[in-house]
Design a protein around this ligand. Structure first.
Ligand SMILES: [Zn+2]
Length: 427
């Protein structure tokens, strides 16, 4: 069989650079800040209208009742599907349209879509409207190339990824939008660099530990029992026992940066004792409660049950050793680690496309934090999912966030090539 000639497709994408830049700027101009979830509907309709004009069937799905969904801030998602003339698999590109707060330190308007020195700047430029624009231009160019594409091409713009994805991919996955046989392969264009294929992410467990004490007058602390001192004992045990153990636990997952190839635990916050009274005067009381929020990240080699049992054992041990130590432990959020096969169809097709477009070996990586792949894997029961997209992850959520235009063009070529190969491997 003669080798497929990709050069016309790649030239076609190169010729659409101005369109790709304009589309990225248009997307950045929707201030889809989450929380609270601004301009979701406008942004979803903008994407939907563009693809409808290209022959896609477009559905708008509002995540009624999901966290934050109100009449002022409705959670609107868009899913566009174009079916070929022959049966075949479905390749789906999923991007979140929400962005985080702008924060301080910008040298320009974060929602103007400024173009300078081969880069498009703005909140969401890198995470991940640049990736969304690249995937739209990729599938449009693939369709226009005249290739006889079997199966279906799908693209979704979903909300609330930055707050857990409950009104977005989670909601859609629960209703079958991300399950076989409707969808077979998913690419999420998160900003992980144009030559890297992200095959999964570590898991997460957020929890609250509370130590209990007994209130008394601050001048006679011996009559009470200080919950903050009990919390200190917890932290001391973390330092001496838990942290060394976590640091020694390594994973075979190719997590980047390499520092995240071990189990980690962050102390997100501590709240203890009574607030100062309105005049700014301290409350003269012994704290009867202290709460700590922890962020424990898990490796593929660990289980959520094991991680929880490890912490509980540490706290139970303290209860035996320390007089008056009483605690509560409350789950806040959890996600199991996710890892797809690097030899699976979507990872292999994307890796092969990177070799073809960039002429170098792709790197397989895992993300230290989670993204919407968790819902596609766990709820949608769809394993063949990766993240691949233009942009540098370190720039995400930063002031003066940008995406390089040449990276977007290359990523669009990789996406179009990968999708073509997945839809029609034979011809
Ligand atoms: Zn993102």
């Amino acid at each position: 069989m003669p080798e497929r000639d990709h050069s016309p497709l790649h030239r076609e994408i190169e010729s659409r650079e101005a369109d790709l830049v304009a589309l990225t700027r248009d997307l950045i101009r929707f201030p889809t800040i989450n929380p609270p979830g601004e301009a979701y509907r406008d942004c979803a309709e903008f994407i939907g209208k563009r693809l409808q004009a290209r022959g896609f069937r477009v559905d708008y799905v509002r995540a009624f009742g999901s966290p934050g969904d109100t009449e002022t801030h409705p959670r609107w998602n868009v899913v566009a599907r174009r079916t070929g003339l022959r049966p075949g698999p479905c390749v789906h590109f999923n991007s979140h349209i929400d962005v985080v707060q702008t924060g301080a330190g910008w040298s320009m308007d974060p929602f103007a879509g400024v173009v300078r020195d081969g880069k498009v700047y703005g909140r969401g430029a890198c995470d991940m409207k640049g990736g969304l624009a690249a995937s739209i231009v990729a599938i449009e160019a693939l369709i226009d190339s005249g290739a006889d594409l079997p199966g279906a091409l799908e693209l979704s713009g979903t909300v609330d990824e930055e707050s857990g994805g409950f009104g977005g991919v989670h909601y859609l996955a629960e209703r079958g939008w991300f399950s076989p046989p409707r969808v077979d392969h998913v690419i999420i264009p998160e900003p992980l660099n144009v030559d890297r294929v992200c095959i999964g992410h570590r898991g997460v467990w957020w929890a609250e530990i509370e130590t209990h004490g007994r209130i008394a007058h601050g001048s006679m602390p011996f009559l009470g029992d200080c919950a903050v001192r009990h919390m200190h004992a917890v932290i001391d045990r973390f330092e001496r026992d838990l942290y060394p153990r976590l640091a020694a636990r390594h994973t075979t997952m190719p997590v980047v940066p390499p520092g995240a190839r071990q189990s980690t635990l962050n102390i997100n916050s501590i709240h203890g004792g009574h607030a100062e009274i309105a005049t700014g005067f301290p409350a003269a009381c012994v704290p009867d409660s202290c709460r700590m929020i922890i962020d424990r990240r898990l490796l593929a080699e660990e289980s959520l049950d094991g991680v929880k049992a490890e912490l509980r054992a540490l706290l139970d041990q303290l209860s035996l050793e320390r007089e008056g130590f009483r605690y509560g432990l409350r789950d806040l959020f959890e996600v199991a680690p996710t890892l797809t096969d690097r030899d699976g169809p979507v990872a292999a097709a994307t890796a092969s496309a990177i070799r073809r477009v960039l002429g170098r070996e792709p790197e397989f990586i895992c993300s230290p934090g989670t993204y919407d792949q968790k819902h596609i894997d766990r709820i949608g029961k769809l394993k063949d999912c990766i993240a691949y997209g233009p942009g540098i992850l370190d720039l995400a959520h930063q002031p003066d966030e940008y995406v390089r235009i040449d990276d977007m063009v290359n990523a669009a070529k990789v996406m179009a090539t990968a999708a073509w190969g997945l839809l029609d491997p034979g011809s």
